[in-house]
Design a protein around this ligand. Structure first.
Ligand SMILES: Nc1nc2c(ncn2[C@@H]2O[C@H](COP(=O)(O)OP(=O)(O)O)[C@@H](O)[C@H]2O)c(=O)[nH]1
Ligand SMILES: [Mg+2]
Length: 211
């Protein structure tokens, strides 16, 4: 059983870029993935809420960083989807740079959940995100979404394939099958979040004892 009540999660704020995020304190877990990977659906499923993170059939609609808090100081971060074909190249590069910066600089970032469609895993940008995370010592949970789209044999085969590929990253990368539709893998996600949120937050100037 999961120790945290993710049902209590609520929206805090949106940020246009990483310079406008709230103070770098507490513990943060970020959700990333290509547009349409099923990120909003996963956040809604995790929190048992119908429209916490707006799901959309139109890919690339969410361009803001949306911050939610489970409880004071413990945040879930919904990063804008990447790989959206109709976004101009210049904007894509700008966004990639700021994602890299977020993964490298954000002290309170403890874990990264990378969501990818089980039928189209490990695209270049997915690999890049995982690479940046492990280089910064951030643990990664890969969720192979829409697992309901595959029969159980094909699902297992695909899961094993991605698990094998994940060994190529020099870091902590766990891979699980996930379906918001069938509520598959939600327990695995909760346990991982529990473990990340149970770490002691990094000391900051505000939390350090007086000298
Ligand atoms: N079959 C199936 N479809 C899903 C699942 N999760 C999301 N979708 C669909 O995939 C599309 C994109 O989902 P969304 O959560 O908005 O993706 P996002 O762009 O990554 O936030 C929507 O049409 C969802 O209904 C799932 O577990 N199974
Ligand atoms: Mg979304």
């Amino acid at each position: 059983m999961s120790g945290w009540n993710y049902n209590l999660t609520h929206f805090v704020t949106s940020a246009p870029d990483i310079r406008h995020l709230p103070a770098d304190i507490g513990i943060e877990v970020a959700f990333a993935g290509r547009s349409n990977a099923g990120k909003s659906s996963a956040l809604n499923t995790l929190t048992n809420q119908k429209s916490l993170a707006r799901t959309s059939k139109t890919p690339g609609r969410t361009q803001l960083i949306n911050l939610f808090q489970v409880t004071e100081g413990y945040r879930l971060v919904d990063l804008p989807g990447y790989g959206y074909a109709e976004v101009p190249e210049e904007m894509k590069l700008k966004w990639q740079r700021s994602l890299a910066e977020y993964l490298q600089m954000r002290q309170c970032l403890k874990g990264l959940v990378v969501l990818m469609d089980i039928r189209h895993p490990l695209k270049d940008l997915d690999r890049q995100m995982i690479e940046w995370a492990v280089q910064s010592g951030i643990q990664v949970l890969v969720l192979l979404t829409k697992a309901d789209k595959l029969a159980s044999g094909a699902r297992k085969a695909q899961l094993n394939l991605v698990r094998e590929a994940a060994k190529g990253f020099v870091g902590d990368v766990q891979v699980e099958a996930f379906s918001s539709l069938k509520k598959l893998g939600v327990d695995k996600l909760r346990l991982k979040l529990d473990s990340w949120f149970s770490e002691i937050p990094p000391a900051t100037e505000e939390t350090l004892p007086e000298a």
